[in-house]
Design a protein around this ligand. Structure first.
Ligand SMILES: [Zn+2]
Length: 285
């Protein structure tokens, strides 16, 4: 077994399973990040901003083990998917081997939860077998927030993102493996959804609580921890005003608390605490 980043929250173990790491110009995702802001947040370097000043964006899944359940949160980009964006198009990454090496055969996953239904969060729901998209995690219930699913069924954005629903979500529903859940759904006594709308209408983070300890998996409520320090919207936020409000409330809820914040796109150590530092928040890893 290789070395994997893992966290323990009470009795719950969480494992980061990497797919890929992208280095993007800030303007592609968080366009209001300036060199001045980066100079004011030296803690961003080297994990979240590279030596060329680019955003470092990790694509990874997080596997939660709680009360006998094995839950994968977000299933990355996937292989062989036809996508207009080159970074996502027809990939051939060893993600399932990495997952297996981390101790999780695909059959060991009993629950899949996608924080939202964007291209880089649903990909490994399916894989291409004999020209057909078939479920990867055949023993798993796949939980989709009903509001999120209904939104994407009614709004076709396949021209921008590719046929994400058609190749990565609909085959799950058609196989009878999907459950539509409320935005405060409890997966176990220790793991529940925490509604964080704005990035997408039904976006949910994941709250973990066990033995008096707390953690939260962000999803794309934030793409980079610099968004905790300054109110910076993402080009991918569907409702920027609501996304800003949600981020502000999230920071107010968790700053200066022992809650471990685990980023869905944060590279390097990936998890840390929100610590007040002068007038701003520092992400303390
Ligand atoms: Zn994402």
């Amino acid at each position: 077994m290789g070395e994997y980043t893992r966290w323990q929250i009470g009795d719950v173990r969480i494992t980061k399973v990497p797919e890929t790491v992208l280095h993007w110009p800030w303007k592609a995702l968080v366009p209001d990040v300036t060199p001045e802001l980066l100079a004011a947040t030296p803690w961003m370097s080297p994990h979240f901003v590279d030596e060329n000043g680019k955003l470092v964006l990790s694509i990874h899944a997080l596997v939660i083990e709680s009360q006998g359940r094995t839950i994968i949160v977000d299933t990355c980009i996937g292989n062989d998917k036809q996508r207009p964006a080159r970074a996502f198009n027809e990939l051939n990454n060893p993600f399932l081997e990495t997952l297996s090496d981390a101790g999780f055969a695909t059959d060991a996953i009993d629950t899949v939860f996608c924080t939202h239904l964007h291209v880089d969060h649903v990909g490994w729901n399916t894989r291409l077998v004999d020209g057909k998209w078939v479920p990867t995690f055949t023993k798993a219930r796949h939980l989709f927030a009903r509001t999120e699913y209904d939104h994407w069924m009614a709004n076709d954005e396949s021209a921008y993102f590719g046929d994400v629903m058609g190749d990565s979500v609909r085959p799950i529903v058609e196989s009878g493996l999907a459950d539509f859940v409320e935005i405060d759904h409890r997966i176990t006594d220790e793991v529940w959804l925490e509604s964080t709308p704005g990035h997408t209408p039904g976006h949910c983070s994941v709250h973990i609580a066990s033995g008096g300890q707390h953690g939260v998996i962000t999803g794309d409520m934030t793409h980079s921890p610099i968004q905790f320090a300054y109110p910076l919207t993402s080009t991918a936020d569907s409702n920027r005003e609501l996304a800003d409000k949600t981020r502000g409330e999230f920071v107010a809820r968790y700053r200066d608390t022992p809650t471990l914040i685990i980023g869905t796109h944060f590279a390097g150590p990936t998890a840390g605490h929100l610590v007040r530092d002068g007038d701003h928040i520092r992400f303390d890893c």
